[in-house]
Write a protein that binds this ligand. Structure first.
Ligand SMILES: [Zn+2]
Length: 121
């Protein structure tokens, strides 16, 4: 049964976006924990397992929170700053394993989140 979910307030959206931002800009383990806690709290508050933010979608399974890209790239460059996705500014945020290809979600310290479909070799 689908519960009616109200739209997050502007303030709540701001808290979530900032938590994602701090993690992307610092790549700090503590910032990742904060981001996951904030997202989990908000999903509890709005009784949902899924949220759509400005640059990513968030879902959870129990306590496990997953951040997924909204934009996918086919090349190698971060759509935000143009850096190569293999450079040290970019790190993997999540991986969805598929049978033929994986969907890998990257986070760049410029604040961008993007995905790439990576075929299995
Ligand atoms: Zn970037």
């Amino acid at each position: 049964m689908e519960l009616a979910v109200s739209c997050p307030t502007r303030k709540d959206m701001q808290v979530m976006e900032s938590a994602v931002d701090v993690f992307l800009r610092t790549k700090h383990g503590a910032a990742r924990n904060v981001m996951h806690s904030v997202l989990r709290l908000m999903m509890d508050k709005y009784r949902t397992d899924r949220m759509v933010l400005s640059r990513c979608c968030v879902s959870r399974n129990g306590n496990y929170v997953r951040v997924m890209a909204k934009n996918y790239i086919t090349g190698r460059e971060c759509p935000g700053c143009g850096k190569d996705f293999m450079c040290t500014e970019v790190s993997i945020v999540s991986i969805f394993e598929g049978s033929e290809a994986d969907r890998v979600c990257y986070g760049c310290s410029c604040g961008e989140i993007f995905g790439r479909v990576e075929a299995k070799t």
